[in-house]
Design a protein around this ligand. Structure first.
Ligand code: AMP
Ligand code: ZN
Length: 502
């Protein structure tokens, strides 16, 4: 159901009607620095970007989506000082930088898949774009935007007078702090385009360049990769809030100085996931990953649901309790969808479905307001104006943006976690929103098989007793026409307490 999409544009500091210039829409998202696992804060940003992409597609746009992989040259501080994060990761694990990059890139991609984030069209790697970066620095040099210091080639921000406009910073406040840690830089906002390898040691990743052996600055990577794979200006450029002040300000300066064209027309930034104690940072070590969540019974899609409890431009405070309650909310949603009777109330009148979707669509088109969209989904499921088939069509449409795999639940009785087991000749399928502990799986499968045997022997008393246990444990049992049994676990914690003696 196409609608007018309004998005908050950081560049305009306002919500604006989205009107693309490119077909497909050119969407560039800053990707991960692959020296460690992605933490769930990083993943919040990729979920927000995925909702954006899904919303664009839902509104009828084609999308060309590029997410870079920073596998070199991201120094510990935005000011181009400190250690290279990749080399530091390699030293920590006693592996080569290339191995570290390959390992964490693969882990990141697996996380993305489990969160149902749609794959970008291209995952360009920084290490595969060194010639493009060198060419871009050369262009900047030829146009007079660079200068050389003892440790690298720098961008001269004084030559780009609108430098401070994007982040809306006061240039005089920058001058005040400019003496600290500036080295040979002419101005605090200047940044490295190319860094020289230290004269006394060899780096694992370094390349020849017209200025000597070295490696690219972090910011030039994104300019080079977006120019290599997307038309300029980009329709939308995304990233986390932390990128506005330095990384994106620098990217704009480089790209616009080199090409004379606008870098991007819409800039969108996701707010941070925070811990009670403050920011979750990859470099700080105080981070939670998807594996940590799984150990605590929170599935990737449960975490996705948790992210929908706040608007993407609002900080979201993480707690395991909050995430568990989102997991439970998702399980409840699935239960309701599973109970929709397809045969109730006739066929599908698409106008009714569209009307029911309106509040959901309004929420999405109002700068991706997911808390309102989820509330609208519940509201649509509650009423009885729609037939069963219309309700399923309504869910199907909403899930194109939500990405919660809700329909799988209704169409085949499955859910996020679905396992089929064979036990004493009985085929038993377990479904649950979340990760089922092995002991619970065993307890359910054993009982389901026992119940099946009891029924075969016409011992209905014993069969009913087992069904009563399942009911008490919040597990719905269905005997399928093919002779198998389907057990849907509503609340993993409750089922564990009742069935697995926990
Ligand atoms: P990095 O891998 O550190 O370059 O970060 C990848 C993406 O995650 C970037 O868009 C960051 O802005 C974003 N990010 C970093 N920390 C957080 C956080 N705590 N919450 C949300 N997004 C974050
Ligand atoms: Zn970037």
């Amino acid at each position: 159901m196409p609608k007018s999409l309004f998005l908050y544009n950081t560049a305009a500091a306002a919500k604006e009607l989205f009107v693309p210039e490119n077909d497909p829409v050119a969407l560039y998202c800053c990707g991960p620095t692959v020296y460690n696992y992605a933490h769930i804060g990083n993943l919040r940003t990729y979920i927000f970007e995925d909702v954006l992409k899904r919303a664009l597609m839902w509104c009828g746009y084609g999308v060309r989506h590029v997410v870079n992989i920073t596998d070199v040259g991201h120094l510990a501080s935005d000011a181009d000082t400190g250690e290279d994060k990749m080399e530091k990761g390699a030293a920590r694990e006693g592996k080569s930088v290339w191995d570290i990059a390959a390992f964490y890139t693969e882990r990141f991609m697996a996380d993305i898949v489990s969160l149902a984030v749609l794959q970008p069209d291209i995952w360009p790697r920084a290490t595969e774009h060194i010639p493009q970066m060198i060419a871009l620095v050369k262009t900047l040099e030829e146009k007079g935007f660079t200068y050389r210091t003892g440790d690298g080639i720098y961008f001269d921000t004084a030559r780009f007078p609108s430098y401070c406009d994007f982040a809306r910073v006061d240039p005089s406040s920058l001058r005040a702090g400019e003496r600290v840690g500036m080295g040979e830089k002419r101005c605090a906002t200047d940044f490295a385009l190319w860094k020289f390898s230290p004269a006394d040691s060899r780096r694992q990743m370094e390349w020849q360049s017209p200025w000597g052996v070295g490696f690219p600055g972090w910011h030039i990577e994104c300019s080079a990769m977006s120019l290599a794979h997307l038309p300029q200006p980009l329709d939308i450029h995304c990233g986390g809030m932390d990128h506005i002040r330095v990384h994106h300000a620098n990217e704009i300066a480089q790209t616009e100085a080199a090409t004379g064209k606008k870098c991007a027309r819409y800039w969108m930034h996701g707010e941070f996931l925070v811990l009670d104690k403050g920011k979750m940072a990859k470099s700080g070590g105080n981070f939670v990953t998807l594996s940590t969540l799984k150990e605590r019974g929170i599935s990737p899609l449960g975490y996705r649901m948790f992210c929908y409890t706040a608007h993407y431009r609002t900080p979201l405070t993480f707690s395991f309790e909050g995430a568990l309650s989102a997991e439970q909310g998702l399980a409840n949603l699935r239960k309701v969808i599973l109970s929709i009777d397809k045969s109730r109330g006739g066929g599908v009148n698409i106008d009714y479905v569209d009307r029911a979707l309106e509040p959901f669509a309004d929420a999405i088109c109002d700068d991706l307001n997911m808390p309102r969209a989820v509330a609208a989904l519940w509201e649509g499921l509650r009423g009885d104006k729609l037939s069963g088939a219309e309700k399923l069509a309504f869910v199907r449409e909403a899930d194109r943006v939500l990405g919660l795999d809700l329909l799988k639940t209704a169409e085949d009785g499955g859910a996020a976690a679905e396992v089929t087991e064979e036990f004493n000749g009985c085929v038993i399928t377990l479904t649950a929103s979340g990760v089922l502990p092995q002991s619970l799986k065993d307890a359910i499968v054993e009982r389901a098989a026992r119940r099946k045997k009891a029924k075969a022997k016409r011992d209905f008393g014993a069969a009913d007793k087992i069904r009563a246990e399942f009911t008490e444990a919040g597990v719905e049992v269905k005997d399928m026409p093919d002779g198998s049994t389907r057990c849907a676990v509503g609340d993993i914690g409750l089922a564990e307490r009742v069935l697995a003696g926990d």
